[in-house]
Design a protein around this ligand. Structure first.
Ligand SMILES: *[C@@H]1O[C@H](CO)[C@@H](O)[C@H](O)[C@H]1NC(C)=O
Length: 226
């Protein structure tokens, strides 16, 4: 009798322990798991935020381009203070950190077939001379693509001849490009060349007193097929 009671008492204790401990252990495991997941998420978020600024970090595109095309991003300068930026395939190819941007018309010339960069630089259209720009435009070969961005003033020294040569690359805005207008353009030489363009006039609606707001353009340049 005594043995049976003792046995029953021990069975109850075991049952109690199981009923209380097992849910507690399961609950604690779940809580710990959840905490680890959240912490992992926070850590990965933080590390993507704090990523050191790279050349590519300045060129984040909102969409991918089809295989047979090259992605680009162009931003004009802001007033006469912040230099413009030109990116190709998510890589910075013209900008202040590369020391190849400046007042006037900024250019990147690429091989439209391979996407390789052939030339970068800027032509000062305020204090400079138009001749180097004319020389550059006349030397462009069929199958090459040019990306352009204004900075400060792209137009004072721009002659009709230069405007005509740029118009032949696919620009329509270049004809009316004026003092301190902001302008971004992609165009090319050759039969299948495509073009992209935006213009923001310097006028009474300026964001900065004497200059309009900066503008951007991005897209995919189809590979040149001849
Ligand atoms: C582009 O690169 C290809 C291959 O190297 C070459 O044959 C072609 O002439 C180049 N075109 C331009 C416009 O540079």
């Amino acid at each position: 009798m005594a043995i049976r009671q003792n046995f029953r008492g021990r069975g109850l204790r075991v049952l109690l322990v199981l009923l209380v401990l097992v849910p507690v252990v399961v609950f604690m495991t779940l809580v710990l798991q959840k905490t680890r997941d959240l912490k992992g998420l926070r850590d990965s978020e933080a590390s993507s935020r704090i990523k050191t600024p790279s050349k590519a970090g300045l060129c984040v595109l909102k969409r991918d381009c089809p295989e047979d095309s090259f992605s680009f991003f162009i931003r004009t300068g802001a007033a006469n203070v912040i230099a413009p930026r030109i990116c190709l395939q998510n890589q910075l190819v013209l900008g202040v950190v590369l020391n190849n941007a400046g007042r006037g018309i900024n250019i990147v010339l690429i091989n439209g077939t391979t996407g390789g960069v052939l030339k970068t630089g800027h032509f000062d259209m305020y204090g400079g001379d138009v001749d180097p720009l004319l020389e550059f435009l006349k030397s462009m070969e069929a199958g090459s693509v040019v990306l352009m961005a204004s900075y400060d003033d792209p137009s004072t020294r721009l002659t009709q001849e230069a405007r005509q040569l740029i118009a032949e690359l696919g620009s329509s805005a270049v004809k009316s490009l004026g003092f301190r207008d902001n302008w971004v353009f992609v165009g090319g030489k050759g039969a299948s060349a495509s073009s992209f363009e935006k213009l923001l006039k310097n006028n009474n609606n300026n964001k900065y007193e004497n200059w309009p707001e900066l503008i951007e353009i991005q897209g995919c340049i189809p590979r040149y097929l001849g």
